[in-house]
Every structure is written in structure tokens, then in C-alpha cells.
Design a protein around this ligand. Structure first.
Ligand code: ADP
Length: 237
């Protein structure tokens, strides 16, 4: 966040021509990797994300296994060519944090009790980053889990809302993320109306926060419908 003055909204339209409550274009492809049990390639605006799911499979190291349920592990990684300046390869504080919050966002929908002593591994690779990679990664991972046939209570859908130029907007793009007043990534189990991820960078009043939450709910519903359609398209012959 910074104080740089940008005219974010003019005549109800944003810098990229979107309305305040409009998502960037989304493309979802299911089952694109041969070796993974489930996979999904997703584009969301300028974000290009691959998610791969392996498992349920044996846990290594064995001491990590749980006799009552599967363990879920998640790794979020940004390719060094995914951003304008080359990103140093390997984990950093940000990717460790995003791996953790992504796992926590996804885990509640997985019926882990079906697979004691096993592991479900989720890999999220960001090939191109354009703000909102954590939410795009969660969306792709959720579809990849379904593609892997993992029993789930629903799908997790995620998007960011935020405040730019004094307005609450849906799905922040890069300039809005960098120079806006607040960024609020949210993930939800839409069918059960449960929030599984909520972060906030910046400040909002209580009213603005409620507005942001409602907008995120609308965005997540739209994404859920696209995830569902992509899965139906893949599995309907
Ligand atoms: P998210 O991608 O979930 O919005 P952040 O708010 O941390 O997460 O990052 C916003 C955007 O900043 C990213 O989508 C990416 O475009 C850019 N970014 C993040 N890390 C780096 C980095 N190391 N180098 C260059 N750009 C980065």
C-alpha cells in the first residue's frame, strides 16, 4: 500500500475497464497433468497457475502420519520468471505464509477421516503473477482435488476484495493491489457458506468490511459456478 495518487475509478469503471464488482476473466482447465492424481490449470486475469494433487498416498516421513485421518500438505511456489524482476527461486517468508494459509483454506472441505495414515499433497505453482495469486492458487487447488477424486464437502472458491480510490472493489489487479487502500483475500466453501480464509492488508471501517465481505461472497459464487462447470465439462462424456 502507498500514498501514490492514481485515478483508480472514472465514471464507475476501473483502470482496466471493469465495473467495481466485476471479476477478471477466468479460464479453467481440468486434468492437464498426466502424473498427478488431479490437476488444474487456471488463468485469472494475468495470473497463470498450475495446481497438482498427489494422494491419498503413504506418508513420508512415517512419523508425520495420523492414525485417524489423512494429513494435508500444501506448497505454494512462485516461478522465478513469474514476476517482472526475476524472483529468487525457493521458499521465502511470503511463500511459507501463503502455503500455510492456502492449506488452512482448503483443508476444512476435505473429508480426511476416509484416509487414515495417508497424505494428500497439494502443489500450487505460479507461472505468471498479477496480484491475487493466493486466491487463484486456492481455486485451482480445489478443482485439482476434485479431479483427484478426493472426497470433499464442497469446493473452495476464493477472490480478493479491497478498497481503491475510496471504493470497495472486487478482484484487485496489480495497480490496485500496490497502490490501493486495502486488500482482503477471502476463501469460502460456497455451498455451506463458510469462510475458510480471511486476510486483510490495509484498513477498512466496519461498514466497508461488511460491504467487502458481501462482494467477496458474490465473487466466490461466480467462481464456484465456473469451477463446477469446468469439472462437469471434463467428466461428462
Ligand atoms: P497475492 O499474489 O496473493 O495478491 P501479494 O499481495 O503478496 O499476494 O502479492 C501481490 C502481487 O505482488 C503478486 O501477485 C505479484 O504480482 C507481486 N509479487 C509478489 N511477490 C513478488 C516478488 N518477489 N517480486 C515481484 N513481484 C512480486
Amino acid at each position: 500500500m502507498s500514498d501514490k495518487t492514481i485515478e483508480f475509478i472514472e465514471k464507475g469503471r476501473r483502470l482496466d475497464g471493469r465495473k467495481l464488482d466485476e471479476l477478471r476473466p477466468i479460464k479453467i482447465e481440468v486434468g492437464v497433468l498426466k502424473r498427478a492424481n488431479g490437476s488444474c490449470y487456471m488463468e485469472s486475469g494475468g495470473n497463470k497457475v498450475m495446481a497438482a494433487v498427489y494422494g491419498p498416498r503413504e506418508v513420508h516421513p512415517r512419523r508425520m502420519e495420523d492414525a485417524t485421518k489423512a494429513i494435508v500438505r500444501c506448497r505454494y511456489n512462485m516461478a522465478s520468471f513469474s514476476v517482472e524482476d526475476r524472483k529468487r527461486p525457493g521458499p521465502d517468508r511470503r511463500s511459507v505464509e501463503i502455503s500455510k494459509v492456502s492449506r488452512e483454506a482448503i483443508e476444512p472441505i476435505i473429508i480426511k477421516e476416509h484416509f487414515p495414515r495417508s497424505a494428500i499433497d497439494i502443489f500450487i505453482e505460479i507461472l505468471q503473477a498479477d496480484a491475487g495469486t493466493r486466491t487463484a492458487g486456492i481455486n485451482a487447488a480445489s478443482v485439482a482435488l476434485a479431479d483427484a477424486g478426493i472426497p470433499m464437502r464442497g469446493l473452495v472458491s476464493a477472490c480478493a476484495t479491497g478498497k481503491v480510490g475510496g471504493h470497495i472493489v472486487l478482484d484487485l489487479m496489480k495497480e490496485e493491489d500496490n497502490y490501493g487502500e486495502a486488500d482482503v483475500p477471502i476463501a469460502m466453501d460456497v455451498q455451506n457458506d463458510k469462510v475458510t480464509l480471511l486476510q486483510m492488508d490495509g484498513r477498512l471501517t466496519q461498514d466497508e468490511f461488511k460491504q467487502a465481505l458481501e462482494l467477496a461472497r458474490k465473487g466466490c459464487k461466480e467462481i464456484y459456478e465456473m469451477q463446477r462447470q469446468a469439472l462437469i465439462a471434463k467428466y461428462t462424456v
